[in-house]
Design a protein around this ligand. Structure first.
Ligand SMILES: C[S@@+](CC[C@H](N)C(=O)[O-])C[C@H]1O[C@@H](n2cnc3c(N)ncnc32)[C@H](O)[C@@H]1O
Length: 306
């Protein structure tokens, strides 16, 4: 790492290896402006730029505004050039950083899987509040469509006696999930499986099944912002013609995979909860309920096997 520099009469005060090409001095404030301009079409571009600059400096985001006239170390300037190009190509900042946070846990994150969303943290909170988990000493849970593994890992962290089967159809997503499982030292609790929904899950094995499956209709996928459409995997987004195709298939399968009294928890798209709740009732789930997200929209549906 190159030591921090200060401008003096336009000269860089620093002895740098002669093999490193000269780069014009650039202040933190200028770096912030460049990144903000590169993301000009995005909502909260300045905020995103601050996260990137904070990562470049290795400091908390709130400190960036105190350091605007500092000069960026050369190594970080080179990193900035690459990040600026990626940001201008609409790459999400979580992919640029290679990491995000889910329920306070660092999660490795790249184009192999969907970026975990805040609503999904609420889904996990709903699951954790289920009374079943208070009475079963060694619960067996299944996370269908695990992506980065964020749901399975958050459950494993908070339920140390639970066993969690995390399933995904995507081999790429599972490789990333495996890296996250190792990073969180959860291999003893989380088992990864490639499969189509619950195809390989034996009858009656699960106390609780949780899923955040693709729920955007194929036609709506084409309208998504470029950060999502051009960078996140389509397999993680496209829920077929109605958007509910994958969810409805899972609802039909899960009643068999659950133990009697077991619960199914689903995250669904805005406007889908009523229809999904009806499908649960059609399949004889009991105590079917819809829960709101923080924006007051019904975004979660649960039901119990009789
Ligand atoms: C919306 S993403 C959710 C990822 C992660 N659970 C999260 O909440 O961030 C949906 C995931 O379901 C997976 N998936 C899509 N179709 C599937 C199928 N038929 N069987 C299993 N997983 C599937 C995708 O590969 C993707 O990882």
């Amino acid at each position: 790492m190159v030591p921090f520099q200060k401008k003096s009469d336009g000269v860089i005060i620093l002895s740098v290896s002669s093999t490193i090409p000269q780069v014009q001095p650039l202040s933190v404030g200028e770096a912030l402006d460049q990144l903000t301009a590169a993301m000009a079409t995005r909502e909260a571009a300045r905020n995103a730029a601050e996260w990137l600059v904070a990562a470049l400096l290795g400091c908390p985001r709130l400190d960036v505004s105190q350091r605007l006239s500092d000069l960026l170390p050369l190594e970080q300037q080179r990193q900035l050039i690459s990040w600026r190009e990626r940001a201008a190509a609409h790459e999400p900042i979580q992919y640029i950083l290679g990491e995000t946070e889910f329920m306070g846990m660092p999660i490795k994150c790249d184009a192999r899987a969907l970026i975990p969303r805040p609503e999904t943290e609420q889904l996990v909170e709903q699951v954790l509040a289920d009374p079943l988990l208070g009475i079963i000493s060694e619960p067996h849970l299944v996370d269908v469509g695990t992506g980065t593994g964020c749901i399975a890992l958050a459950l494993a962290q908070r339920l140390p006696t639970a066993q969690i089967l995390a399933i995904d159809a995507s081999a790429d997503a599972l490789t990333l999930a495996q890296e996250n499982v190792e990073r969180q030292s959860c291999a003893g609790q989380v088992t990864l499986q490639q499969g189509d929904l619950l195809d390989h899950v034996p009858s009656g094995m699960a106390h609780l099944i949780v899923a955040n499956l693709p729920y955007i209709s194929s036609s709506d996928c084409e309208q998504l912002p470029p950060e999502v459409r051009e960078h996140e995997p389509l397999q993680a987004l496209d829920g077929g013609m109605t958007g509910r195709e994958m969810i409805e298939r899972l609802v039909a399968q899960a009643i068999d995979a659950l133990q009697a009294g077991g619960a199914l928890y689903l995250e669904v798209g805005a406007g889908q909860a009523q229809d999904v709740a009806s499908v649960l009732r059609d399949h004889q789930y009991q105590a079917v309920a819809m829960m709101e997200d923080y924006a007051g929209k019904d975004r979660f549906v649960k039901g119990y096997r009789p």
